[in-house]
Design a protein around this ligand. Structure first.
Ligand code: HEM
Length: 475
């Protein structure tokens, strides 16, 4: 080989290596910057690419501030933190400096457009006000409970009944995902069991066209976020090929179905002046008649969703199931549905732990890692121990639990925290508790495999490979 070509090959190798080395330089841990450290990091990044959540968690645990800074050539500087003081600062104290930002909203723009989840500033504020108002109404709560009761009693329990009869394992994750999606459609669009929104709970049948289009859109959008350079998905979108083509088709389908639902509601309302209670009808009414919302708020009192059998699982009963609350908190501590969440700094800043932030930096708070920090949860942090959520830390002989401990939402930001926290938290808890209580009253559920579940962090997390269980009627 001639000297000049050797030099070119060496130079190219150095560029490639340089790119890769800078690709994974977590400052919080390897800030001294020795070459050995950097190569160690490169190898470690490669070896851990299938378990990045745990890799980041380990690095955060080793950092004295529970914060690391990751820099990679051609990509945005990223600060990842599991430090509650930083989380409080970015989500509340200096909220204005940490919007989602264009790099984030660009990724979800085709899928979520200018909806509340994907906008900042005034556009967000207006939607937040309207949505919070609707979620605070008793009538929406009751409507949602009614939908929940129907979905569980008429669909979920019969599906589990037939699983118990057949003795074949069933994918509980798929089943519950369909239940959750049906509930979202019912509460937000007012759709029934007919039409393109409702998924059958017969798992041998595909999910509804809307659910499938949502799955594709969320998978491809999450893939955009994981792309090493954002320009790559932008080129694919411009060319209309591969995953971007699938996304375009899925979004087109979502728009067609949702527009159809809106159109139907408007016609229904014009015909009957109907007083539907789903979110879509409320939004339409809010646009057409502002006084309407107040009428809805004064709606039916005293509704409960007890069944004919006299056993009640109403809102009040559910709110007393504190051990169940504790189990849900504990599950989400270890397996948060939103494993990480990012904002983008508007201006240079300094986080409470002394980490410098530059304008444009991505700043990520990391609920998955936070749930596993010894500094936050103690030595038994990796154990599932619901009692840690209860005052006194124990359950009475009759199975009753005391009060729940108050835990700072900045230490446990599963529902985010601050001005932009989750509006649906209460509704989510009611739904989860109703579903779990209803299942456990009738069935024993045994996992087919006892190996540790693997959390796949997409837009929302799920278990790799589903969750196969045996269902038996409880004796
Ligand atoms: C266990 C279930 C749930 C979890 C863990 C959860 C978590 C979250 C998180 C982390 C965010 C912040 C997202 C971000 O800004 O990047 C959020 C926002 C939001 N959630 Fe939830 N959520 C749950 C269920 C629900 C339900 C059932 C609803 C409605 C029925 C809901 C409605 C919302 C809304 C409207 C926002 C946007 C708030 C805003 O941007 O101002 N969530 N949720």
């Amino acid at each position: 080989m001639e000297v000049s070509s050797t030099v070119i090959v060496m130079a190219s190798l150095l560029v490639v290596l340089g790119f890769l080395v800078i690709l994974c330089k977590p400052r919080g841990r390897l800030g001294r910057g020795g070459l050995g450290d950097l190569f160690g990091c490169l190898v470690s990044f490669y070896m851990n690419r299938h378990q990045l959540l745990d890799w980041y968690t380990d690095m955060l645990a080793e950092s004295s501030t529970n914060t690391v800074v990751v820099e990679r050539l051609g990509a945005r500087r990223t600060i990842i933190t599991a430090n509650p003081n930083n989380v409080e600062y970015m989500l509340k104290t200096n909220f204005k400096n940490y919007p989602k930002g264009k790099p984030f909203t660009d990724i979800l723009d085709d899928f979520l457009g200018s909806g509340i989840f994907n906008v900042d500033g005034d556009l967000w504020r207006v939607q937040r006000k309207l949505t919070s108002h609707e979620f605070s109404t008793r009538s929406l709560r009751e409507y949602a409970m009614n939908a929940l009761r129907n979905e569980v009693e008429d669909e979920l329990l019969p599906a589990l009944e037939s699983a118990a009869e057949s003795s074949r394992p069933v994918d509980l994750q798929d089943l519950l995902k369909r239940v959750a999606f049906n509930l979202i459609c019912k509460v937000s669009l007012g759709t029934g069991v007919e039409g393109p929104c409702h998924s059958s709970l017969d798992l041998s049948l595909p999910g509804s066209p809307l659910a499938r289009a949502f799955d594709v859109s969320s998978e491809v959008s999450a893939g955009r976020g994981a792309e090493s350079l954002p320009v790559l998905w932008k080129i694919k979108r411009w060319l209309g090929v591969g995953s971007e083509r699938r996304l375009r088709e899925a979004v087109r389908e979502i728009h067609a179905i949702i527009n159809g639902a809106i159109h139907e509601k408007i016609i229904q309302k014009a015909k009957s002046g109907g007083c539907e209670l789903d979110l879509l009808s409320r939004m339409i009414s809010a646009g057409l008649d502002e006084g309407h919302v107040d009428k809805l708020r004064r709606g039916r009192e005293g509704f409960n969703f007890s069944r004919d059998d006299g056993k009640q699982l109403d809102y009040e009963t559910l709110s007393e199931l504190r051990l169940l609350d504790a189990c849900l908190y504990e599950s989400m501590r270890l397996y948060p549905p939103v494993a990480w969440d990012s904002k983008h700094a508007v201006a240079d800043d300094l986080l409470p732990d002394g980490t410098g932030v530059r304008s444009g930096d991505r700043v990520t708070y990391f609920p998955y890692g936070m749930g596993r920090m010894e500094a936050l949860w103690g030595k038994d942090r990796l154990e599932f121990r619901p009692n840690r959520w209860l005052i006194g830390g124990s359950v009475g002989l009759d199975g009753s639990a005391g009060e729940l401990k108050k835990v700072s939402p900045f230490k446990f930001p599963i529902f985010q925290a601050g001005p932009r926290d989750c509006i649906g938290k209460q509704m989510a808890f009611v739904q989860m508790k109703y579903v779990v209580a209803s299942i456990l009253r009738k069935f024993d559920i045994q996992p087919v495999s006892h190996s540790k579940p693997i959390l796949v962090p997409r837009l929302t997390a799920h278990m790799a490979g589903g969750f196969l269980v045996h269902v038996r009627r409880s004796s």
